[in-house]
Design a protein around this ligand. Sequence first.
Ligand code: AMP
Length: 148
Amino acid sequence: MYSFQKDVILNTNIEQLMVSSDKVAHVQVDNPLEHALLVLTKSGYSAVPVLNHSYRLKGLISTTMILETVLGIQSFEMEKLSQLKVEDVMNSDLPILKVNHDFMRALGLTINHPFVCIEDDDGLFKGILTRRSIIKLFTKSLNKAIQP
Ligand code: AMP
């Protein structure tokens, strides 16, 4: 009989699964779009967090958002990459987890979001929780449960 360790998963502290802020690629609200496009392209991530100068979360920006903005009627208007700033284009409606939020809340948010940003009680950016880290946790636990 397999025994899936439900409690181990439910009691997981989201801080344990978090990619800490020092390892997260991010951009700042007042960076020009071309800088954001460079960060996204070089990091290989499709979206990254946007912070202000006090290290607080302000939004998310993705390659698609940038390309949609610079796409004119017939061609890309590349001059917009230096004219516009990240804050002109970012999505500021983002879900945010607190470090002490429970695992079920985090799990629910990752259904619709490939990653969720985490902040501390003072509103400072702490890191991100990715869908990948949650799938890894389930895989490890299920592997343990099915191994004799
Ligand atoms: P993953 O589950 O690792 O494929 O990550 C899902 C998404 O989370 C990526 O496409 C990025 O948008 C974001 N992400 C993951 N790791 C990082 C990181 N170190 N820095 C910035 N964004 C990240």
